[in-house]
Design a protein around this ligand. Structure first.
Ligand code: NAG
Ligand code: NAG
Ligand code: NAG
Ligand code: NAG
Length: 316
C-alpha cells in the first residue's frame, strides 16, 4: 500500500504537467512522437508526469484511454467488462449499446500495458528482470487497474484471469505458500459482479500458489472484526463519499467530518487496505478542489475523477 501522497507532490504535478503536456491536448502530444525514430515511450512520455491519486473513471470513453490517464498522472484506471457465453473476448463499455467488437480488454488495456511495461523493463546487459512501473518519475508506483464485472460473476472472473496471464509477471500478487503479498507495477482490483467467494479461494499449486487479482472491499464493512477482507484477498476498498462524510457546505469539511473520515481510513490502513471514495462533490470547482484536498489530507488514497482535465488542471 502506498502511503497518502503529500500535497507538495501533487502541486509539483500540476506545475510540471500543465506546462509539459496539457498545454495542447494529449492527442497532439502523442502525435508528435508518432512515426519518429525516437521511442516516444518511456523516455519522453512520462518524464514530467508525477502520479496523482486520481482514479480515471469511465476511462474507455476517452480516445486513447489508458495513455490519456497515465499522461495526466492518474494512478488508477477503470473498465466495465462484459463476457458472453461461447465468446473468448471480453468487451469494454458502460452499457450493452456502447460495446463494439474492437473495444476489448485486450485491445484497450492488456496489450497497451504489456507494451508500456516491456519498454519500461528492457532486457539489456545492464538490466535484467526489472519490474519498473509505468511512471518514470516513480517506478515503484503501482497502477491500479479496476475491472467492474458487468456480466455473470464466475465465468467473467475466470475469463479475466485467463486474459491476464501475459501480465502476470507484472501483477501485484499474494503467494499462499509464503503468505506474502508482493507489490508489482500493476494491481488488479475487481468490482461489480465479482464473486468474493472465488477471489478468496486459497491459491493452490496449479496457480503457483499465487492470486493476481484482488477484491474491492466495501470500506464501511472493515470496522467489523469478522470482516473477511485482508491483504490476502483485498488491497483497496471503496465507499460513497456521502456515506462517510455526509453533506459539506462550501467545500469545507467540519472537524467532526474529518475526524470520522480519518477514523474510517485508519481502520482500512491498519488492515493494509487502501481507500477510494466516489461521488465526491464536483461543483463548483473551487469547492470541489477544497474537498479533494481535505480528502487527501485525511489519508484517502484514490478519488474518482470523471474528467481527466479536472484531474490535471486542479489548483490546490
Ligand atoms: C473500432 O472500429 C470502428 C469501425 O470499425 C472504428 O471506427 C474505430 O476507430 C475502431 N476503434 C478502435 C478503438 O480501434
Ligand atoms: C500470514 O501472515 C499473517 C501476518 O502477515 C499472520 O497473521 C498469519 O497467521 C499468517 N498465516 C499463516 C498461515 O502463516
Ligand atoms: C510462491 O512461493 C513458492 C514457495 O517459495 C514458490 O515456489 C512459487 O514460485 C511462488 N509463486 C510465485 C507466483 O511466485
Ligand atoms: C484473511 O481472510 C481470510 C478470509 O477471507 C482468512 O481465511 C485468512 O485467514 C485471513 N488471513 C490473514 C492473514 O488474516
Amino acid at each position: 500500500m502506498t502511503p497518502a501522497r503529500s500535497l507538495a507532490q501533487i502541486v509539483h504535478l500540476l506545475v510540471g504537467f500543465s506546462a509539459a503536456v496539457w498545454a495542447g491536448d494529449v492527442q497532439n502530444y502523442l502525435s508528435k512522437f508518432e512515426g519518429s525514430d525516437q521511442q516516444w515511450y518511456p523516455t519522453s512520455f512520462t518524464r514530467d508526469i508525477v502520479p496523482v491519486p486520481g482514479d480515471s473513471h469511465n476511462d474507455y470513453w476517452r480516445k486513447v484511454p489508458l495513455y490519456d490517464a497515465i499522461s495526466v498522472g492518474c494512478i488508477s484506471v477503470e473498465a466495465d467488462v462484459w463476457h458472453f457465453d461461447g465468446n473468448d473476448e471480453l468487451y469494454v463499455g458502460h452499457d450493452l449499446s456502447s460495446l463494439t467488437k474492437n473495444r476489448t480488454l485486450n485491445s484497450l488495456y492488456i496489450n497497451p500495458l504489456l507494451e508500456i511495461l516491456h519498454r519500461q523493463n528492457p532486457e539489456t546487459e545492464f538490466a535484467h528482470k526489472t519490474y519498473n512501473g509505468v511512471f518514470d518519475t516513480d517506478p515503484t508506483q503501482t497502477l491500479y487497474l479496476y475491472i467492474d464485472i458487468k456480466t455473470s460473476g464466475v465465468p467473467t472472473y475466470n475469463s479475466i484471469l485467463t486474459h491476464l496471464t501475459p501480465l502476470r509477471p507484472y501483477l501485484t500478487h499474494y503467494n499462499a505458500s509464503t503468505n506474502l503479498t508482493h507489490n508489482g507495477p500493476l494491481t488488479m482490483v475487481l468490482t461489480g459482479n465479482t464473486p468474493f467467494s472465488e477471489v478468496s479461494l486459497p491459491p493452490t499449486s496449479s496457480s503457483d500458489y499465487a492470486r493476481h487479482a484482488f477484491y474491492d472491499a466495501p470500506l464501511l464493512s472493515l470496522s467489523d472484526p469478522d470482516s473477511p477482507y485482508n491483504t490476502t484477498n483485498s488491497l483497496m476498498s471503496t465507499a460513497q463519499f456521502s456515506s462517510i462524510v455526509g453533506r459539506v457546505s462550501a467545500g469545507e469539511m467540519s472537524e467532526a467530518q474529518k475526524e470520522k473520515l480519518r477514523r474510517v481510513v485508519k481502520i482500512a490502513h491498519d488492515r493494509g487496505i487502501g481507500v477510494r471514495l466516489w461521488d465526491t462533490p464536483s461543483w463548483p470547482v473551487r469547492w470541489r478542489n477544497k474537498v479533494w484536498r481535505g480528502l487527501v489530507e485525511c489519508g484517502v488514497d484514490l478519488l474518482n475523477v470523471d474528467d481527466l482535465r479536472a484531474a490535471a488542471e486542479v489548483r490546490w
